[in-house]
Design a protein. Structure first.
Length: 301
C-alpha cells in the first residue's frame, strides 16, 4: 500500500510545478518550508526568493497582494517586495503562486513598531485603480463554521453570533474617513530585520475601510486573549496617537475579531486535533462560561 501524501508533500509538488513554469528548475527540491497554513511559504535557497502558495481559488486575491505591495513601495511604506522578473499569481493545480524577495533573518515587530507603520499606511490617499474593494470582516466565516468539527449546537451558536455581528456592523457609528487598511494587522505580519527596519507583510485582507478595523486587532490581543500586556498596549496607543477602545463602535469590532479567532482555531483543529480543546475553550469564553476578559487564549498550530 502506497504511503499517504502529506500536506507538505502536496505543497512541495505545487512548488515544483510553479518553479518549472517560470524556469526555476531544481529549486523546489532544496526549498525550505517556512510555514504551512492556509497559505504555504517556501524559501528558495539560491535565488533569495520566497514562494507563497495560496489556497484554492485565490488567484484574484493573490494578484491584488502584488499590486498592493508595489503601491506601498511607490509610496515609501516599508513592505516586502514582489519579484519583478517572474510571472505573478501563477496558477498551478488551482492555486495561485506569488514570488517575493526574501527578507532573511528577522523577528516579529513590537506593537509600537506596528502602530508606526499603520499610522503611515492610514495617512496615504486612497488610490484609484487597485480594485481593493471594501473591508468584509466576516469573509468566509459561514464556510469556516461549516468546516469545523464542532457539534451542531456549537455551530448553530456561532452562526447566530455571526448574524448578530453582521447587523451591528451595518449599524456602526460614523468613524474617521475610510483609508487603506492592512486587514490583518498583528505582530506576525511585520518583520524586523537585524538592522532594525520593519516591513509590512501579507496583504491578503488589504481593503478600503475604517482605520479602527486595523487598530482593533491589537486591542483584542490586549483585552480578549491577554497576549499583549497593558504596558505594551499603552505604547501601541501612544505610537499611533489613538486608543480604539474609546470609540463607541469598538465592541462590534472586538466581537468580529473574536469570532474570527474562534473560527480559526476550530478550523485548525480539523487538521491538528490538539487544537480542538482550545477552539472549544474560546467558544465557551464568548458564551460567558469562563468569566470576564481577558481569557488567556493559547496559540494554535
Amino acid at each position: 500500500m502506497a504511503p499517504a501524501i502529506t500536506a507538505v508533500d502536496a505543497s512541495r509538488e505545487h512548488l515544483r510545478e510553479a518553479c518549472e513554469a517560470v524556469g526555476l528548475l531544481g529549486q523546489s527540491d532544496r526549498a525550505e518550508l517556512i510555514r504551512l497554513g492556509e497559505n504555504a511559504m517556501w524559501r528558495l535557497p539560491s535565488r533569495g526568493l520566497v514562494a507563497r502558495i495560496a489556497r484554492d481559488g485565490q488567484q484574484s486575491a493573490a494578484a491584488r497582494e502584488v499590486r498592493v505591495a508595489s503601491w506601498l513601495a511607490v509610496n515609501g511604506i516599508p513592505a516586502v517586495k514582489p519579484a519583478e522578473d517572474l510571472e505573478q499569481a501563477l496558477e498551478v493545480s488551482g492555486r495561485a503562486v506569488t514570488w517575493w524577495h526574501d527578507l532573511g533573518q528577522h523577528r516579529p515587530d513590537t506593537v509600537a513598531e506596528l502602530a508606526a507603520l499603520l499610522r503611515r499606511l492610514h495617512a496615504l490617499p486612497v488610490p484609484d485603480g487597485l480594485s481593493l474593494g471594501h473591508t468584509d470582516p466576516f469573509v468566509r466565516l459561514d464556510e469556516r463554521i461549516g468546516q469545523t468539527d464542532l457539534d451542531a449546537g456549537q455551530q448553530a451558536w456561532l452562526h447566530e453570533r455571526l448574524a448578530e455581528l453582521r447587523q451591528a456592523w451595518d449599524e456602526l457609528p460614523s468613524a474617521s474617513p475610510e483609508v487603506v487598511v492592512h486587514g490583518d494587522a498583528w505582530a506576525g505580519n511585520v518583520a524586523v530585520t537585524p538592522d532594525g527596519n520593519a516591513f509590512l507583510l501579507d496583504f491578503e485582507r488589504t481593503a478600503i475601510g475604517p482605520r479602527e478595523w486595523d487598530l482593533a486587532s491589537i486591542a483584542v490581543a490586549f483585552q480578549t486573549s491577554g497576549t499583549v500586556s497593558a504596558d505594551r498596549y499603552r505604547s501601541y496607543c501612544r505610537a499611533y496617537g489613538l486608543d480604539v477602545t474609546d470609540w463607541p463602535g469598538y465592541p462590534t469590532l472586538r466581537g468580529a475579531r473574536e469570532l474570527r479567532l474562534v473560527c480559526f482555531a476550530a478550523q485548525t483543529a480539523v487538521q491538528h486535533p490538539t487544537a480542538h480543546a482550545q477552539a472549544v475553550y474560546r467558544l465557551e469564553c464568548l458564551q460567558g462560561l469562563h468569566g470576564p476578559r481577558p481569557w488567556s487564549w493559547s496559540p494554535v498550530p
